[in-house]
Ligand binder design. Structure first.
Ligand code: 9Z3
Length: 355
């Protein structure tokens, strides 16, 4: 009988939780994609997007979900493609995807801008056309979409549960290690901090649908292992790694972002507050440690200067103006355009300065 809540290390986690059945096939496709783009000298970015689920039953009817529509990831993937990157887009099944996101069924259903033209002669098949005021936008999106398909620069993978996500992330990041500095990781998926280990689900919770009628339901979940540490240190040590930090209390944004950088030692944490995320983000990164000139003693002042967080981290706020009621047909600026431009600049400098 499984009773004890456990803090899993990444190793224990992978030794006890089952991989998704399609893992092997997914990895082979990713390997082929990476090899092709490596040969062509292209940088590759892994974009993760959407929320992970935590099933409560083995035959799952109920699950906990993490907030994310997939807008950040899908939009950013488009800008990375425009910037010349090959993109591995690893997203939650049915969340937004690059290009088709412009025609989401809830905000801009494509059936609404298709017209049925009257047949030219009686009995002829009617033709379908695009409503004139939607043509220009559609042409732009479709041109980019076709171009990306023709060049084969986008590869898509899906996950649903936090288990799928972790297994895939580990496997893909190991494959990406061959790219060394040309690999970028853009971890925008909203990943659950807690999960129910299989052993617990099978013995302590439920194989089948949890039945009501027994009163309230108590669930004790275990912590998901902190996978950024092995990602940075073992799976893909040469890559440029960008993680996101989501908070609802804006006062926690900087301390939590700094803590993540301190713990995992990667390149950038992008902090975003839930309600302001579409027009304001902060890039937090570690400044190179200030080298004391030779011969200068480690005075109290020098030590306190070097250990003061405001001196060891750099913060760069990125903000855009969004009109409250944008005029129909007018393209609204997307913050992801500036996020990606800033990251491409940093990644390029990093590759140049460290190779
Ligand atoms: C983010 O913070 C993303 O920007 C959003 C995007 C999920 C807010 P949407 O898809 O939303 O545009 O609707 N992602 C990271 C969230 C996360 O789980 N971060 C972990 C944390 O905050 C660290 S990896 O602890």
């Amino acid at each position: 009988m499984y009773t004890e809540p456990t803090t899993f290390s990444a190793e224990q986690y992978f030794a006890t939780q089952l991989p998704p059945p399609t893992l092997q096939h997914d990895v082979e496709c990713v390997r082929e994609f990476i090899a092709r783009h490596q040969k062509e000298g292209r940088a590759v970015v892994l974009v993760t997007s959407g929320g992970t689920t935590v099933p409560l039953e083995l035959n799952v009817v109920r699950f906990l979900d993490n907030f994310s529509a997939g807008t950040r990831g899908a939009t950013s993937a488009e800008y990375f493609l425009k910037a010349g990157y090959a993109v591995i887009f690893m997203h939650r099944q049915f969340s937004l995807q690059p290009f088709s996101r412009h025609y989401s069924h809830s905000t801009n259903p494509f059936l609404d801008f298709l017209d049925i033209d009257s047949p030219e002669s009686p009995g002829a098949t009617p033709r379908i056309s695009v409503t004139p005021n939607k043509r220009e936008d559609l042409l732009q999106v479709l041109t980019m979409y076709k171009d990306v398909h023709a060049r084969g620069t986008l590869h898509t993978l899906t996950f649903v549960t936090v288990d799928d996500y972790l297994w895939l992330l580990r496997a893909v990041s190991k494959e990406m290690s061959v790219l060394k500095r040309k690999a970028m990781f853009y971890l925008a998926a909203a990943v659950s901090d807690f999960f129910l280990p299989r052993q617990k689900m099978a013995s302590y919770l439920s194989e089948h649908k949890i039945q009501s009628g027994k009163g309230s339901l108590h669930i004790e979940m275990d912590q998901v292992p902190k996978i950024l540490k092995p990602l940075v240190d073992e799976w893909t040590p040469g890559g440029f790694i960008v993680s996101f930090k989501l908070e609802t209390d804006e006062n926690l944004l900087l301390p939590k972002a700094r803590q993540a950088l301190e713990r995992y030692g990667h390149q950038v944490v992008i902090g975003n507050e839930l309600h302001r995320r579409k027009f304001e983000v902060v890039f937090v990164s570690k400044k190179p440690s200030p080298a004391l000139p030779p011969g200068i003693k480690q005075t109290k002042e020098a030590i306190s200067h070097a250990t003061d967080p405001s001196n060891s981290f750099s913060e760069y706020w990125l903000r855009i103006d969004i009109p409250e009621h944008p005029a129909p047909g007018v393209l609204v600026k997307e913050i992801e355009e500036d996020i990606v431009a800033e990251l491409v600049k940093r990644h390029t400098e990093w590759v140049e300065n460290t190779s």
